[in-house]
Design a protein around this ligand. Structure first.
Ligand code: ATP
Length: 208
């Protein structure tokens, strides 16, 4: 799915070769500051390498339009962005931006239930807790049904049992929608439990 060839990003990453295959779930594991987020940002063209090439399905990312690419390969950042306004407005933000058909309220409510968010569509999103905001942001990306979902430490604002429920839910949902998931986590245990292939990053390099 992705291939990196002699990729450098500033002094942060130096990856000679890396293949992320077509498996459904991939884990990216490494210590804090090792370069995991930077690697994932390269995959959806949020940033471009200082040198070297990133390929998506054999096409160099530098030849792809960033906005179009990010519709296919969508990232849920560690700190979710929540806008002033209702839960519904927040859910529909990406849909409107991508000029996609607006879903029925019933689909939105189903999704809220799926991500364990006990709120109504009219509730104000900026009044919610950190963990609730993260689940809302997750619902928003799931609604976009990207081909590849990049999750940056999806559980950082969640307690352990919610974390488990949410990761399992994303993985199940991804399977149903045939969505590939690349998930950053600091925990080798989480990676082993939920992902088929694990990439370890240490000091900006892939650990062999
Ligand atoms: N735009 C930037 N300019 C300079 N340094 C940066 C930039 N972005 C990140 N860094 C630094 O690069 C290193 C790797 O950061 P990155 O966010 O990729 O790590 P991470 O493995 O995702 O860490 P964490 O698990 O704590 O989120 C860190 O030392 C960080 O401070």
């Amino acid at each position: 799915m992705f291939r990196l060839n002699n990729v450098k990003y500033k002094h942060i990453l130096a990856i000679e070769t890396l293949e992320i295959g077509n498996q459904q779930t991939t884990g990216i594991v490494g210590e804090s500051g090792s370069g995991k987020t930077t690697l994932v940002k390269l995959l959806n063209k949020m940033i471009s390498p200082t040198s070297g090439d990133v390929f998506y399905e054999e096409t160099p990312l530098k030849d792809l339009n960033s906005i179009e690419h990010r519709k296919e390969v969508t990232m849920l950042p560690q700190q979710p962005v929540i806008f002033e306004g209702s839960v519904k407005e927040n859910l529909l933000f990406g849909i409107r931006f991508g000029e996609m058909p607006i879903p029925e309220n019933s689909e939105l409510m189903d999704l809220l239930k799926k991500v364990n968010l006990n709120k109504s569509l009219e509730d104000m999103a900026d009044k919610m807790s950190g963990g609730e905001k993260q689940r809302l942001a997750l619902a928003r990306v799931l609604l976009l049904k990207p081909k590849v979902l990049l999750l940056d430490e999806p559980s950082s604002a969640l307690d352990e049992s919610t974390e488990d429920i949410i990761i399992r839910l994303v993985m199940d949902y991804a399977k149903i929608l045939n969505m590939k998931v690349i998930m950053i986590t600091h925990s080798m245990n989480i990676a082993k439990t939920y992902t088929e292939e694990i990439i370890e990053i240490k000091d900006g390099k892939v650990k062999k």
